[in-house]
Ligand binder design. Structure first.
Ligand code: AHR
Length: 530
């Protein structure tokens, strides 16, 4: 009997073996993915791949800002290695300065030559020098080629303070605030794409009743004006993002209150989006899962927990649909990610954690969920960009390492602003102890050039999956792209071994009109179909 290898991604996975016309066990058990290339869904907004950078731990100081006098290579104080890594990621927007920090932030303390030092009450009680302020943030966003998402202080600030900040950022020299910005070194107005009207008003933002928040939010929505002439029309109109639900508390009342108010609104105010925050492992507090030392139980429980995101979005989307059937208001999941135990020896207020292959799987599953809800979910910001929670990048003095989550975001770049293409598959199940979940997850999309992309996650950490790809409306010849996998669920990149988890190239040709791909256990695969 002739045995020959027909499938091969450049993977350390089992080769698919075909034996003279007979169907092998692998082929029989193959997962068939049927992509309907004729059907088109909504656009998967690039803003689903947004980042979040808070004044928290070393997320800004050390991670982004090192100061112009630092021996670490930098441009105007912003570290160049981190900028290069983020440029490569094509980050669509960065949310700043918080988080909880935003609701105690006073922008005037972070401009001009004299900066005021305060205590960062939310995060470790450390001194906040305010050296990284408005100008430094926009410089950073420009350096990485991204857009700005600024959350104003509704918790401890005033409407006037927030309105002045917007005028400072966007007005020309007719305004004294515009003149002040120019005197501080920035002639042209800043481009402010998103403005968050407070943060977690139901929690650290003031524990407000939904009705109270709505009254406040209407004032901010009215008074926050963007004077930048380049932002008077779509697609660059500033988007106002109201506080929405805590995903972990489905009946908190914010979605109903904000959307009900919007439905009955008068001419004088408006919003473009509401936010949703939900963290994997939010229900077990304080966080009890380790980011480095865990076994398959720790993998399965957290991966299953992350899948709750789908039901949470569906729940809040249904409320939004009642008030806004045309989906004018976007849902922005502007905080998400896995929240784990602080690394031993670190300040618990710094939320420092490692990042593993488990986190890469969790990232891909969340992105897939957002994409399936792309008609309503038009923004998401992973928490957080550097050194905090589920980070893209870890730094230690001059050293930098890219995490498995970074690689997922990098692999998914073709999905930014692509059009969702429906697919069907029989996902099967992966079970470990009391945790059961779909074994395979996948999405497809067509990019602006017409290329068809497929992203597949094999959740099962132990079994490779053979995938049979069928595309209605296209005779698929080949697939090429990248796959991310690792020997262990807790495999991770360290400063001493920075490429332990790194994507590998994949290229496979169809045989007899059938495209067969192999997804290793615990893997994320992104390929272009031709
Ligand atoms: O991302 C860390 C914190 O989590 C944010 O500051 C806050 O908004 C949320 O509770």
């Amino acid at each position: 009997m002739e045995r020959r290898v027909i499938c091969l991604l450049a993977l350390a996975c089992t080769a698919l073996v075909v034996s003279g016309g007979e169907v092998t066990a692998q082929e029989r058990d193959a997962v068939t993915i049927r992509v309907d290339a004729h059907a088109a869904g909504p656009v998967i907004s690039r803003h689903l791949f947004g980042q979040f950078a808070e004044h928290l731990g070393t997320g800004i100081y050390g991670g982004v800002w090192v100061g112009a006098d630092s021996p670490i290579p930098n441009v105007r104080g912003i570290r160049s290695d981190v900028v290069a890594a983020l440029r490569a990621l094509e980050v669509p927007n960065v949310r700043w300065p918080g988080g909880c920090f935003a609701d105690e932030y006073h922008w005037r303390e972070g401009i001009g030559p004299q900066r005021r030092t305060r205590i960062n009450n939310n995060w470790g009680g450390v001194a906040e020098s305010n050296v990284f302020g408005t100008h430094e943030f926009f410089d950073f966003v420009d350096q990485i080629g991204s857009q700005a998402f600024v959350s104003v202080n509704l918790g401890s600030g005033t409407v006037q303070e927030a309105a002045d900040w917007l005028e400072y950022m966007t007005a020309d020299a007719r305004s004294s605030l515009g003149q002040e910005r120019i005197a501080n070194g920035r002639e042209a107005p800043f481009d402010l794409h998103f403005t968050g009207i407070g943060n977690e008003a139901w929690g650290c933002g003031g524990s407000m009743r939904p009705e109270y928040y709505v009254d406040e939010m209407k004032r901010y929505a009215r008074m926050l004006r963007n004077y930048n002439p380049a932002q008077r029309e779509a697609p660059n109109l500033m988007q106002r993002v109201a506080v929405g639900p805590d995903g972990g508390t489905p009946d908190g009342g914010y979605t109903e209150a904000v959307m009900g108010a919007w439905q009955g609104k008068v001419w004088s105010w408006d919003i473009e989006a509401i936010s949703l925050h939900f963290y994997t492992n939010e229900s077990t507090w304080p966080p009890r899962f380790d980011s480095e030392e865990f076994d398959e139980d720790g993998y399965a429980e957290l991966v299953e927990d992350t899948l709750r995101m789908d039901g949470i979005i569906a729940h809040h989307s249904a409320i939004m649909d009642r008030h806004d059937p045309e989906k004018k208001i976007a849902l922005m999941v502007d905080e998400w990610g896995v929240w784990l135990k602080p690394l031993p020896g670190t300040d618990p207020g710094f939320l420092a954690q490692q990042n593993s292959m488990r986190d890469a799987v969790i990232a891909a599953l969340n992105i897939n969920i957002f994409a399936r809800h792309a008609g309503r979910v038009r923004g998401a910001n992973i928490a957080q960009m550097v050194n905090v929670l589920q980070a893209m990048i870890l730094t230690d003095g001059p050293r930098m390492v890219l995490t498995p989550t970074y690689h997922v975001f990098h692999m998914y770049r073709p999905f930014q602003d692509a059009t969702f293409v429906p697919l069907t598959l029989d996902a099967g199940t992966y079970t470990r102890g009391e945790w059961t979940m779909p074994r395979i997850d996948a999405i497809a999309a067509r990019d602006a050039e017409g290329a068809l992309w497929l992203a597949v996650t094999n959740v099962d950490p132990n079994q490779a999956a053979t995938l049979r790809i069928e595309v209605e409306g296209l005779q698929v010849q080949s697939a090429s792209g990248q796959v991310l996998s690792a020997p262990q669920v807790n495999s991770r990149n360290t400063f001493d071994a920075p490429v332990a988890v790194a994507p590998r190239e994949v290229s496979v040709r169809a045989t007899g009109g059938v495209l067969t791909l192999e997804a290793p256990g615990k893997s994320v695969l992104v390929v272009r179909l031709r």
